[in-house]
Design a protein around this ligand. Structure first.
Ligand code: GLN
Ligand code: ZN
Length: 762
């Protein structure tokens, strides 16, 4: 029989139950017992759902109150001393490490949080030091295995693999010379003990995730896999059988590292790495099983079941039914929970989708078709075929005018008329800005009044005219404020925007939205990405009204404010039927129209934000990465190159370490980058050669802290050691929407005072 498996299920609950309970606990509204009860309910529901769907291998220990990697760090005692000093309960320790803790005399910053591969999930980075002593600290995986067993469900506990655990971590401040991989020998005996404990509790199988196998790895890390799994196999009589999983890409460059490993089953992601099939079949040992990841864990599209069955059939012929498992490509953590909770979605569009709950059925249908023949699931296959066909031929999916426009893109569309030095000449005389021009990144505080009024408008409680009136009065205040503070290039403050991608998605053709399609981003923060359902175009102007109003009430230049094509793409669920490149080009053309409309309406400084440009970078070096960088830059330039030389194009980047070369390729006149928390002097240096103009963020917009004028002067001094003064702009790290007005006033007043200090000195 071909069996079925799921690598992990969303843990947030169908209606964000976990977020609500967790935040209530943080605000002392509910007790720890109440929070634990909500967690247990979610776990049991997930188990039953998977059992009822007919999944054979159901995961356990995929749940977490914050982050599963952080749970694992705590389980193996990878806890920096500063957190263990405080005698916190296990749950409070988890939260203290995840989000920091300030209470009475306790003042603990959060551990570093980083992106989980190229997904929108973030994990808490394990922090190792010379004094790390691995030991088993708690019993979470065992408890959750037994909890499932108590309701009659046999599960496969999920653990992060020993090599990935070390490689994804970092060394603590006091042990910077430590390469975490060197701790493998110390880790393995404890890891083995954990497996023995799971086996004693009754677990027959474990899923060990080694996702780093899809990355470029140094040789010592590659060799670590054999060391680790050979070591664990020494206790093969007393540990569960192992399924080693990889996902988010192919493992071709690292195939040697896993060839011959003593594990029972190997799992691969064939959604993102279908080309690896013959290579992995070649390395499979005679008794090893293959888990075929075929249902996308990171997207919302219905699986093309016939295509999947056809992909797996030859594998079954080769290996026999009992050695093949049909599985989700990765954990389903990255998909929304249940499509049945979408009550407002257009029926035609809804039929294109499959969320985590629906993906369970897809996995089961594929495995049944392979076990018992396609006739056994004829109805499901026929329905699926109809949906796939409907989507392919839908007028929602296809807009011939957009496709034609993309096919006619010429190189001239992605180049400004003149090179930067010539553009700068005309811009300089047009704007006549002082030395060290000051500006902000776009948003100003999103107050309760703004959110409430937007809600009222969305519910139809106030009219469009009333809402517009309100937005204008907000813009009035923001503009007046900036003039008082003395900023040089103003913004309208973005009061009309809920979110920097959704706002545009709602105005573009080709997008759809969910009411409950939440996905965990980190801890209790979930996002609800808009969905690109079809060819994208811009039926009418999206931002011109607000920008033009804002410009009409000031003599200073007003920046138009847009979200760039790559960020719109990355923070949405993209289509899987056309390339990311084509989607990016479609977005670029839509934004180009907007940029040109802004110019025509008298907006002469236009900022196109691309904070997500770094996160779209393919995981490994090579052709794919090269192509991405090429179309990302091209898309940005298509959006911004339709204007005259005297229109100043700005762009903004945050959230990650950037490569100056990637930014250079965009050819924006001015870029602003997040900078205030970078303590690495090399980073200043790296950007010093940026050929156009640049603003390095001078204060942290996530913090209420107000740096003094003196502190700003000092910061600027370090920067001016390497930068030419006439290239340098003065601005915060990012938008100010999460701050309070009194904080912003104080922060910007001091920032502007520092700029004036340097102007007078010049
Ligand atoms: N213009 C946006 C703002 O100020 C930029 C946000 C971002 O980069 N994340 O809010
Ligand atoms: Zn930003």
């Amino acid at each position: 029989m071909v069996s079925s498996a799921v690598l992990g299920f969303p843990r947030i609950g169908p209606f964000r139950e976990l977020k609500k309970a967790t935040e209530a606990y943080w605000n002392s509204k509910i007790s720890q017992e109440e929070l634990l009860k909500v967690g247990k309910e979610i776990r049991l529901n997930n188990l039953k759902l998977q059992k009822d769907a007919g999944i054979d291998s159901i995961p356990s220990n995929d749940f977490s109150y914050y982050d599963a990697i952080l749970d694992f760090s705590i389980l193996l005692n990878v806890i920096p001393q500063r957190y263990s000093n405080e005698n916190l309960s296990p749950l409070d320790l988890l939260f203290a490490m995840g989000r920091g803790l300030q209470k009475g005399s306790i003042d603990l910053p959060a551990c570093e949080m980083v992106k989980w591969f190229d997904s929108n999930y973030h994990y808490v980075r394990p922090t190792f030091s010379h004094s790390t002593e691995f030991k088993i600290n708690g019993s979470k995986p065992i408890d959750e295995y037994l909890e499932a067993k108590s309701i009659g469900i046999e599960t496969t506990p999920v653990l992060i693999g020993p090599v990935s655990f070390l490689f994804l971590g970092k060394s603590d401040k006091d042990s910077l010379d430590l390469d975490p991989i060197s701790l493998l020998d110390k880790l393995l005996p404890v890891y083995q003990q954990l497996l023995v404990k799971l086996a004693s509790a009754g677990a027959k199988k474990v899923q060990i995730d080694e996702p780093i196998l899809v990355l470029d790895l140094p040789q010592n890390v590659k060799s670590a896999f054999k060391v680790a799994f050979n070591y664990l196999a020494k206790a093969s009589e007393t540990i569960p059988s192992i399924t080693l999983t990889t996902y988010f890409g192919d493992v071709i460059p690292n195939l040697n590292a896993i060839t011959g490993l003593p594990v029972d089953t190997l799992h691969f992601d064939f959604v993102r790495g279908s080309s690896q099939l013959s290579a992995v079949l070649d390395i499979l040992k005679p008794n090893q099983s293959l888990s075929v990841g075929i249902v996308d864990g990171r997207n919302i599209w219905k699986n093309d079941l016939s295509k999947s069955i056809d992909f797996i059939k030859p594998i079954v012929s080769k290996l026999g039914q009992d050695r093949v498992i049909v599985a989700s490509a990765s954990s389903l953590l990255h998909s929304p929970v249940d499509l049945n909770n979408e009550k407002k979605l257009d029926a035609e569009i809804k039929d294109f989708f499959s969320f985590a709950t629906q993906k369970l059925d897809e996995i089961v249908v594929i495995s049944k078709a392979l076990s018992n023949g396609e006739e056994s699931v004829a109805d499901a296959l026929a329905a699926n075929k109809a949906s796939i066909h409907a989507r392919e031929t839908s007028t929602i999916t296809n807009d011939p005018a957009v496709q034609e426009r993309v096919s006619k893109i010429t190189p001239s569309l992605s180049a400004r008329a003149s090179v930067f030095p010539d553009r700068y000449k005309v811009q300089k005389s047009r704007f006549n800005l002082p030395l060290y021009p000051t500006t902000t990144i776009g948003s100003f505080p999103q107050t309760k009044a703004i959110r409430q009024t937007r809600n009222k408008f969305n519910k139809g409680l106030i009219t469009l005219a009333e809402y517009d009136q309100f937005i204008q009065s907000e813009i009035d205040e923001v503009v007046k404020f900036q003039e008082e503070v003395g900023l040089d290039v103003l913004v309208h403050g973005e009061p009309e925007r809920n979110d920097m991608v959704q706002y545009f998605g709602e105005k573009l053709k080709g997008y759809a939205f969910t009411t409950n399609g939440w996905v965990q981003s980190y801890g209790s923060r979930y996002v609800r990405p808009p969905i690109i359902v079809g060819d994208v175009s811009r039926p009418q102007a999206m931002t011109v009204k607000e920008s033009v109003y804002a410009q009409s009430i000031t003599k200073k230049p007003m920046k138009g404010m847009l979200t760039g094509p790559i960020t719109c793409l990355r923070w949405s669920f993209p289509r899987d039927d056309i390339s990311l490149k084509d989607q990016s080009l479609q977005l670029a053309l839509a934004l180009r129209d907007e940029v040109q409309d802004l110019e025509a309406a008298g907006i002469n400084v236009i900022q196109v934000d691309e904070p997500a440009i770094r996160e779209g970078l393919p995981l490994r070096d090579g052709q794919e990465r090269h192509d991405y960088l090429d179309y990302a830059a091209k898309s940005f330039r298509i959006s911004t190159s339709g204007v005259q030389d005297d229109v100043q194009i700005h762009s903004h980047f945050c959230y990650s370490d950037l490569d100056p070369n990637h930014i250079k390729a965009l050819d924006a006149d001015v870029v602003s980058i997040e900078f205030s928390k970078k303590d690495d002097p090399n980073y200043i240096q790296e950007f010093a050669n940026y050929p156009n103009h640049i603003g390095l963020g001078l204060f942290d917009i996530h913090s209420p802290r107000v740096p003094s004028t003196e502190e700003f002067i000092q910061r600027i001094a370090t920067i001016l050691e390497v930068y030419q003064p006439e290239k340098f702009w003065i601005n915060p790290d990012c938008g100010l929407k999460t701050r309070k007005w009194d904080e912003v006033r104080a922060q910007l007043t001091n920032m502007v005072a520092a700029a004036k200090y340097y102007r007078e000195k010049a």
